[in-house]
Design a protein around this ligand. Structure first.
Ligand code: APR
Length: 241
């Protein structure tokens, strides 16, 4: 029933923009952050994923991100990612805005992907703004606990938005523009706990949610489906065929 409702909403309310969170990648073997088995249940984000932690102890931050980068690079897109790429190809999804850094939407074939929290593709130098590709960063991490900028030799920062950092301005502006010019935002697999991205659905005339468990915006959603991303999005493709 919920999928039929969702399909009707997406047919009626175009363009539709999708906002995804870690919940769409758990079926690729990547843990999310805030569910019972989430990463933040095991480790304090302000110890390993904040700009203060990076300045205080970059090697500790790199120990965490080296594991993340290794895991994410081995993961494969799942049915949820593939379904969104299919819905974009069929004209039902205009773009995917993602909080995820795993690059799985692009690898699944989605063309218009806005990564508002950065990605594992590279690491950044805060001193000279150089961007070092992940392959070279991982090669450095074989020899040293934190990678250095090849130009100014400062310690590189993981190419993801750390807590306490501003989001990439161009990506966030594009995400807001997409939400404001949409007729519907479909949120998939996010607790909607982390601002400013959590506020994106409120920029659209209406939004629907597909998420296992509650989110911070369930009451304002036009439809909230408590179900798995992969199964729901695959059923949505079938319903819109
Ligand atoms: N299908 C649907 N929902 C799922 C699935 C699934 N297969 N697996 C998990 N979920 C749900 C969880 O129950 C949870 O409500 O996805 C949601 C993920 O929420 P979070 O773990 O908070 O992840 P997210 O919303 O993406 O976090 C936002 O916080 O730590 C920062 O930078 C990090 O981008 C991240 C941001």
């Amino acid at each position: 029933m919920a999928v039929a409702e969702l399909a009707a909403l997406i047919r009626e309310r175009q363009p539709c923009v999708v906002l995804t969170g870690a919940g769409i990648s758990t079926e690729s073997g990547i843990p999310d952050f805030r569910s019972a088995t989430g990463i933040w249940a095991e480790v304090d984000p302000f110890e390993v994923a904040s700009i203060q932690a990076f300045r205080r102890d970059p090697e500790r931050v790199w120990r965490f991100y080296r594991q993340r980068i290794d895991l994410l690079r081995q993961a494969e897109p799942n049915a949820g990612h593939l379904a969104l790429a299919e819905l974009e190809a069929r004209g039902f999804v205009r773009a995917v805005v993602t909080q995820n850094i795993d690059t799985l939407h692009s690898r699944a074939g989605s063309k218009e992907v806005v990564e508002v929290h950065g990605s594992i593709r590279s690491a950044q130098c805060l001193e000279c703004l150089w961007s070092e590709p992940a392959e070279k960063v991982l090669a450095q991490l074989e020899e040293r606990p934190a990678p250095l900028c090849p130009h100014c030799h400062a310690v590189l920062k993981p190419g993801v938005v750390l807590f306490g950092e501003l989001l990439p301005a161009a990506a966030m502006e594009r995400a807001v523009e997409l939400a404001r010019s949409s007729a519907l935002v479909l949120v998939v697999g996010s607790s909607l706990e982390v601002w400013p991205v959590a506020g994106l659905p409120l920029e659209a005339p209406a939004f629907a949610i597909v998420n296992r468990g509650p989110t911070a915006l369930d009451e304002q959603a036009i439809l909230s489906v408590d179900a798995g991303a992969g199964e729901t999005l695959s059923a949505l493709v079938a319903a819109l065929s």
